[in-house]
Design a protein around this ligand. Structure first.
Ligand code: G16
Length: 539
């Protein structure tokens, strides 16, 4: 390893700054990230040499405020970076300038990386003002290790994941370009829509809140490929508003209210993307103005019901399961287990955890309540569906198998994808002739509330049981248990965020008043037992 790494001194680490690899990579104020980006360029090269594959680097802070930025690394099949490498990422990001060559050499030694192996890195970025410069810093890191890169420029996070998977499967997953992404998804969507019974017609009208981010831009590009049956009206396109400010999937989910900038008419269906278009939630309002949210749990239920019905029609015996997190509404879990008879598993927050669990089944549906999720089809499942299509069989079975085949193509299996999920949902609603209200009526959510509490060091909170209980600081879990007992049908948990410098509090109960009161009391417990800073949480 060269003692002086090219460009390294141009990307100095601010003194005493330390960053931690979080739920989805590094994330903090953009001004603190230049050295991290350069070093993630270096790491991506090492990962590429190790896996002999193209590795992705996405510059984005997704749902965070516009002033933040971050980086997500994408592994060969489009998954998140292997967890074993997160510690290398943290070590590299926090190394002092003079230690950098030694830290790199250490990774090379531990992973037995052949340095003469070629490396390829694919880079993408969101629309934040800081993203272009930061992606140049990633490129400097790649060049410093004399490797090749392709800058895909402005893309959604799931588009970069898709491209990585296509490139590493020699095009078997699709054509590794943005146009290839549009063509694959649009063909599948159009084929699914064509399967609608003759009685169904008309146009689907959908209002989309683009969070003032990349999703709006890319959906507009894609529209021309889609059958005109889908009529999209875009809001918060990013021309004037700030990214994720009073809009976007995270705002709508956490605040449980519509985004600013949408003129919401009763019964009209709307959805919100987040800042890098890897999450989606739906919503509508009633005539009396009552707001209804259809989050990741409702999406998981709709999609798994649809797939299960097709499996029955096709006569295929494939094992399907749903993976959720602690944030899943209790009603959704009960509905899936008791009514649909689908096994449900709980994983820690973070796509990497859910994805991993979902891979254990023939068909693994995973969704976080915040709207991040997808469906994974095993090789065996895909082969059984293909085989059925090649056999002499009844028209009904063939039709169901065709619809399953199109569904597989429409779903971006590499990661949660707002555009792909939106098209899957719209196709299902169209095929079933369902309104958003009818979809919402499948089960009723328990009232719930989420709060954020600022503490001096959120690492003082440690959790267990897929984040449903705390083990530290002492006394906190006992206090939460005591508070939960005060309210009917209640549940609450707290966990340190891995993307923001806050502790997240979740509570659900029989009424909204009780959910709000419980969330407030739990927030106070966190504030007092975990070193809260600033003002006490208010009701
Ligand atoms: C990321 C992760 C999600 C996670 C979310 C919030 O989403 O990909 O899995 O749910 O952060 O994580 P935390 O509660 O730890 O802050 P995104 O869309 O922001 O990349």
């Amino acid at each position: 390893m060269a003692a002086d790494l090219k460009f390294s001194s141009q990307h100095p680490k601010p003194a005493s700054l330390s960053v931690q690899y979080g739920t989805a990579g590094f994330r903090t104020v953009a001004a603190h990230l230049d050295h991290v980006m350069y070093r993630m360029g270096l790491l991506a090269v090492l990962r590429s040499k190790k896996t002999k594959s193209v590795i992705g680097v996405m510059v984005t802070a997704s749902h965070n405020p516009e002033e933040d930025n971050g980086v997500k690394l994408v592994d060969p099949m489009g998954e998140m970076l292997a967890q074993a490498w997160e510690v290398y990422a943290t070590n590299l990001a926090n190394a002092e300038e003079q230690e950098l060559p030694a830290v790199l050499a250490d990774i090379i030694r531990q992973e037995a990386i052949e340095m003469d192996q070629e490396a390829h890195v694919a880079i993408g970025r969101d629309t934040r003002p800081s993203s272009e410069n930061l992606s140049c810093s990633v490129i400097d890191g790649v060049i410093a290790l004399e490797s090749k890169y392709h800058d895909y420029g402005l893309v959604t996070t799931p588009q970069l994941h898709f491209i990585i998977c296509c490139r590493n499967t020699d095009g078997r997953y699709g054509e590794p370009t943005i146009q290839g992404y549009y063509r694959k998804l649009a063909t599948a969507f159009n084929n699914l829509i064509d399967q609608a019974p003759g009685s169904i017609g008309g146009c689907i009208c959908l209002n989309v809140d683009g969070a003032n981010g990349i999703g709006a831009l890319k959906l507009k590009e894609m529209e021309q490929h889609l059958k005109p049956v889908l009529s999209v009206k875009l809001y918060n396109e990013g021309f004037s508003g700030k990214l994720n400010c009073q809009c976007g999937a995270d705002y709508v989910k956490v605040q449980q209210k519509p985004p600013q900038g949408i003129d919401l008419k009763p019964a009209e269906r709307c959805c919100s993307f987040d800042g890098d278009a890897d999450r989606i939630v739906y919503f509508y309002k009633e005539n009396d103005g009552t707001f209804h949210l259809l989050d990741g749990d409702k999406i998981a239920t709709l999609i798994s019901t649809f797939i299960k019905e097709l499996l029955v029609k096709a006569g295929l015996d494939l094992k399907m399961a749903v993976v959720q997190t602690a944030y899943a509404n209790g009603s959704s879990t009960r509905y899936l287990e008791d009514i649909m008879k689908v096994p449900v598993y709980c994983a820690k927050t973070g796509v990497k955890h859910l994805h991993h669990k979902a891979q254990e089944f023939d068909i693994g549906v995973y969704f976080e309540a915040n709207g991040h999720g997808t469906v994974l089809f095993s090789k065996a499942a895909e082969e059984q569906i293909k085989q059925l299509l090649g056999e002499e069989t009844s028209d009904d079975k063939r039709k169901a198998a065709r619809m399953l085949e199109s569904t597989i193509d429409l779903i971006n299996q590499t990661v949660g994808d707002a555009i792909s999920d939106m098209l899957v949902i719209e196709a299902i609603l169209y095929l079933k002739g369902l309104t958003v209200q009818k979809w919402d009526e499948i089960y009723t959510d328990l009232p719930n509330r989420q709060f954020k509490v600022t503490v001096a060091d959120r690492r003082v909170i440690e959790t267990t049981d897929a984040e449903r209980r705390t083990v530290k600081p002492p006394g906190l879990q006992e206090k939460i248990d005591e508070l939960v007992k005060k309210y009917n049908m209640s549940r609450a948990f707290v966990r340190p965020s891995g993307t923001e410098d806050v502790v997240r509090v979740y509570a659900e109960s029989d009424t909204q008043e009780n959910a709000d009161a419980l969330a407030h009391e739990v927030s106070l417990a966190v504030f007092h037992l975990a070193g809260g800073v600033g003002d006490e949480p208010r009701p």
